[in-house]
Design a protein around this ligand. Structure first.
Ligand code: FES
Length: 595
């Protein structure tokens, strides 16, 4: 076993004494009160001498992807007791992707704050973080990075494959497909209802390589979840076994004094990016990894993603970019098997929650199905899934999931058809009089962090109905919104700075020529600087969506997409200071537009 490389900071913070001891072992008034109140719940004197393990249970009937968490918690508790700890379950907010309006992204930072403060404010020596649905795992990793208390992530696992007529269905890639064909008039209402019943047939999160599966894989690749955790289907008995093992392991982590910042180093983040790129993972992972990295005090420029993407072959044959789903990934060996293939590209000496290194964890890993996990020598594509685009239309970057783009659109010039807001898009996209053809570039403004608000997943701008009926299924589409990890098509998203603060996107007009060249990483608005300056003079910022409450806090303090959409005040002070110039220049841009 490798030497346990725990930082001096971790040792200094622990002071050789568990946090729970300060609550339960003192003979003063507060020790008396803590013991007395805790014993009233059935805990004994003996229990209170054990390390306290917080179990962050995000069960909610408003979050389908976490509906089975109470059962998993029982198994985690078994593991904690077996290893000599005492489990104490606590709730935080839980964010279910299909329900939260206007978008779950509005609440990611709130969940991260909730989780961090729960971890810091209680007699907790270590924490098991149960997450699954898209924003929950990033929120918990952000919290773990900031709280820096021993922590381990247990994801809830993907749903079983949907099944219909012998065909595998995936949420929500096929949700788009079915509704698209229904809109085109190719399937009936009854057929749509049958599909609705067949697609989600078990507990768990979406089972394609969408954001939830991507973030579960990242939790594992970055070293914060036990090897093999991400891909076990939610209803599989082996997820219960994994839950029990996770409960045992957090007690061991507390004993070893290993904390999140010992694990989530810059090298570990690069490992997570490599796994994401090889997997055709979600573009949302970029925002979340930037946010996690910044919580750890490290800048993570978009160029890092592009550099790693360029050198990482795409080898995981999973939808929406490939053929299979998480169930087949699990049977093929899951994340450990993928990481074994990627070993030459990984930092093998990174510490993980096993107390061992990545290389040591991978000794037994092997691929069991070569059509699901390819080799580096015979990849599905020579490059990773996500490309970072630059140009006058997105000076601070934009993203495209290149593995999901139709081949004929990878290099494209077309004329803009502009929608000023999500509401304008809804009103006009299916207007029979809309001047649009298959070569047009659909542009959606004011769907970014402040504009929409909170960057909803509406970057998959629908194909106009009249083109759908002509058989068109993909077009170049540009926005400052996000897309679901389950989306596919030529979708350019996260354009920064966003339109609502006066980014170039705000200045695009109908008929402007736009050039996309993915291999050159270029996104250009073919309009002269002089003309753009002229348009800027008459541009007016949209009104903020909120005048009070959390929404106003979000509007005032959220950072742009290339800075992870975290709140500026949640960054460590030193990094905030270092980024101040960047943050301030955006602020100035915004306030000058508002005058
Ligand atoms: Fe939760 Fe898709 S709805 S992961």
């Amino acid at each position: 076993m490798a030497e346990c490389r725990v930082s001096e900071e971790s040792v200094a913070e622990s002071g050789g004494r568990l946090k729970s001891e300060a609550y339960f072992q003192e003979k003063d008034l507060w020790g008396f009160i803590h013991r007395s109140f805790t014993k009233s719940m059935g805990y004994t004197e003996e229990d209170l001498r054990k390390p306290v393990i917080g179990i962050c249970n995000t069960f909610s009937e408003l979050n389908k992807c976490h509906s089975h968490f109470n059962e998993l918690v029982d198994y985690v508790k078994r593991g904690v007791w077996q290893a000599g700890g005492v489990p104490m379950e606590f709730p935080t907010i839980s964010i279910g992707e299909p329900y939260v309006k206007p978008t779950t992204m509005l609440l990611r930072n709130l969940m991260a704050m909730d989780t961090e403060e729960m971890m810091k404010g209680h007699p907790i020596d270590g924490v098991v973080l149960l997450g699954g649905c898209d924003k929950t795992v990033p929120a918990q990793l952000m919290a773990a990075a900031s709280a820096n208390i021993p922590a381990i992530v247990l994801t809830g696992g993907p749903m079983l494959n949907g099944r219909l007529g012998g065909r595998s269905l995936g949420a929500c890639t096929d949700c788009y497909g079915f509704t698209l064909e229904h809109k085109a008039g190719n399937i009936s209402d009854d057929e749509l209802a049958v599909a609705e019943n067949a697609i989600c047939r078990s507990d768990g999160h979406c089972m394609v390589m969408g954001t939830a599966s991507t973030m579960a894989s990242i939790a594992e690749a970055i070293g914060m979840a036990l090897p093999g955790c991400a891909a076990i289907p939610a209803p599989d008995s082996r997820r219960r076994h994994m839950s029990e093992r996770t409960g045992k392991q957090i007690v061991e982590l507390v004993r070893l004094g290993i904390r999140p910042r010992d694990i989530m180093t810059a090298a570990a983040i690069e490992n997570a990016i490599t796994v994401t790129m090889a997997s055709g993972g979600s573009t949302n992972a970029i925002i979340h990894l930037v946010a996690i990295s910044q919580r750890l005090g490290m800048k993570l420029p978009l160029e890092t993603f592009d550099r790693i993407s360029s050198r990482t072959p795409f080898i995981l044959n999973l939808r929406p970019s490939g053929k299979y789903q998480m169930e087949e990934y699990f049977e093929a060996g899951g994340v450990p098997a993928l990481m074994k293939e990627l070993e030459p590209l990984l930092h093998g000496d990174c510490l993980t929650v096993t107390g061992r290194t990545v290389t040591e964890n991978l000794v037994q890993a092997a691929t069991l199905d070569r059509d699901v996990i390819r080799t580096l020598e015979e990849p599905l594509d020579s490059q990773g899934g996500i490309a970072v685009l630059r140009g006058n239309l997105a000076p601070d970057g934009a993203l495209i999931k290149q593995t999901a783009v139709s081949a004929h659109l990878k290099k494209h010039i077309g004329r803009a058809v502009v929608f000023e807001s999500p509401a304008d898009l809804n009103d006009r996209i299916d207007d029979p009089d809309l001047v649009v053809d298959e070569n047009s570039v659909l542009v959606l403004k004011n769907a970014g962090p402040k504009g929409a608000p909170a960057m909803p997943e509406i970057g998959q701008i629908p194909i106009p109905q009249k083109l759908l009926k002509q058989g068109i299924r993909d077009m170049v589409r540009i926005s400052d919104a996000r897309i679901s990890g389950t989306s596919y098509g030529a979708l350019i998203v996260h354009a920064a700075p966003e339109a609502a603060i006066g980014g170039t996107l705000a200045l695009v007009q109908d008929g402007d020529e736009i050039e996309l060249d993915i291999s050159a990483r270029r996104l250009e608005l073919k309009v002269s600087d002089e003309e753009l300056a002229r348009r800027r003079l008459s541009w007016q910022a949209p009104k903020p969506h909120y005048d009070r409450g959390y929404g106003l806090l979000f509007h005032e303090r959220v950072l742009q997409a290339n800075l992870g959409c975290d709140f500026d005040f949640l960054l460590p002070a030193e990094l905030r200071e270092a980024l101040l110039g960047e943050i301030e220049s955006v602020r100035k841009m915004e306030s000058s537009r508002l005058k």
